[in-house]
Design a protein around this ligand. Structure first.
Ligand SMILES: NC(=O)c1ccc[n+]([C@@H]2O[C@H](COP(=O)([O-])OP(=O)(O)OC[C@H]3O[C@@H](n4cnc5c(N)ncnc54)[C@H](O)[C@@H]3O)[C@@H](O)[C@H]2O)c1
Ligand SMILES: [Fe+2]
Length: 382
């Protein structure tokens, strides 16, 4: 790292963490004179008992609640517009995202749109749109219910175009939540398959951030500890969940998201087109591609792989051992090794390679990735 270059290191919002911390929400709102909440969630989460308990707890404390849950699995622009229509019609003063990455991303995009009414994709970070995020934004609170994306501590929202399904990134430091209530009790009943896929997404964030080419030693330290917690807890969280395993996964997912401000890499670029083309869950798409993408990255990053092997507490401290571990972990948490098993066919490969090469994540990969590399990686994983 070149210490003569001046850099800026940013760290996230206040995080209130621990079992049942969500019970602090009503008093927090009252202290901040926020009495008209719009909760943004998804159709599944908003039907769960813990969600209903949060709503009735708020109502019994005199806080008016509206719920918006009409969102897609991979959220699109019209979801955001519909949600903001409800915000306008009901005159709210606080936005609360409760859910996985999909709901939290929609909530964050709505936070942006409330006072920025140009076309949503004018603010796309990839075309420099973040400079137009200049107005005030509403008070924003996040409450994660999965342990994967870490979107609760993030400053960006990934929203797709309704027609093309191309994913855009809305980014601004203003989109950081004022406070996160990270309560592992809300993740206790997460189904095994979602736990596995979201947990592998968190592992992918920590690993890709650790080896990403930008300099950020603070993020690298966080990423190594994030990997260690996942190695310790993912299998248990999937098969015999308890508070300790669930809590470690929730912390590790936030650590992954904090770490990936350093950058992501080839695995996320392999994964994104699967979601846009085939509607594959983001975590599952990463999980299947992770061992192949990491194998691609070993040469030139041997020392980083040795340090990852150490964090994962592997006997052999090599890149090959890390890749073998990832295949075995996928087996243990019932994630397939082959893209064919998640609906990818030979006919998709060329389009996937085009989309992956155009994706925003791989420029920070430790080594360059060509379109042909993407094609070969998909073929290896097929
Ligand atoms: N903002 C970011 O930095 C960032 C990073 C990576 C991914 N993402 C986005 O996040 C999304 C994926 O998020 P995710 O992996 O959390 O999945 P998700 O939000 O789609 O949730 C997965 C499933 O689990 C259900 N669920 C959530 N919490 C539950 C609970 N406690 N109990 C039972 N079921 C529950 C949901 O209803 C959904 O069906 C994608 O849209 C992706 O693009 C955002
Ligand atoms: Fe991710």
């Amino acid at each position: 790292m070149d210490h003569s270059i001046i850099r800026q290191f940013n760290f996230p919002a206040i995080i209130r963490y621990g079992a049942n911390v969500v019970k602090e929400l009503p008093s927090y709102l009252k202290q901040n004179h926020l009495d008209k909440a719009l909760i943004v969630s998804d159709p599944v989460v908003s039907s769960l008992p813990f969600f209903k308990a949060i709503v009735s707890d708020l109502q019994s404390n005199g806080i008016a609640v509206e719920v918006f849950n009409d969102i897609h699995k991979n959220p699109v622009k019209s979801d955001v517009y519909k949600g903001v229509d409800l915000w306008d019609a009901t005159q709210r003063n606080v936005m609360i995202g409760i859910g996985g990455g999909a709901a939290l991303d929609v909530a964050r995009a709505m936070v942006l749109r409330v006072n920025h009414r140009e076309d949503l994709f004018k603010y796309d970070d990839l075309i420099g749109g973040d400079i137009y995020v200049t107005n005030e934004v509403p008070f924003f609170i996040t409450i994660p219910t999965t342990s994967g994306t870490g979107s609760e501590v993030g400053r960006s929202a990934i929203i797709a175009d309704d027609e093309t399904h191309q994913k855009k990134i809305l980014f601004s430091p203003k989109l950081l939540a004022k406070i996160v209530f990270a309560d592992p009790m809300l993740t206790m009943d997460l189904p095994a398959a979602v736990t596995a896929a979201t947990g592998m997404d968190a592992l992918t964030h920590n690993m890709e951030a650790f080896i990403a080419k930008n300099d950020h030693p603070i993020c690298e330290g966080i990423a190594l500890e994030g990997m260690r917690l996942i190695a310790l807890s993912l299998e248990k969280a999937v098969h015999q969940p308890d508070l300790s395993a669930r809590g470690n996964m929730l912390l590790a997912s936030m650590m992954g998201a904090i770490a990936f401000q350093k950058g992501l890499g080839v695995v996320h670029s392999l994964a994104h087109p699967l979601s846009s083309l085939l509607d594959t869950h983001h975590g599952l798409a990463n999980a299947v591609n992770l061992p192949y993408g990491m194998r691609f990255n070993i040469s030139g990053s041997e020392d980083k792989f040795r340090r990852m092997a150490r964090a994962l507490e592997l006997k052999e401290e090599t890149g090959d051992a890390v890749v073998k571990y990832l295949f075995e972990l996928n087996t243990k948490v019932n994630i397939p090794h082959r893209l064919k098993e998640i609906g990818v066919g030979d006919e998709h490969i060329e389009t996937l390679a085009d989309l992956a090469f155009a994706d925003f994540a791989h420029p920070n990969n430790p080594k360059p990735v060509s379109r042909e590399d993407f094609k070969q990686l998909y073929l290896q994983a097929l």
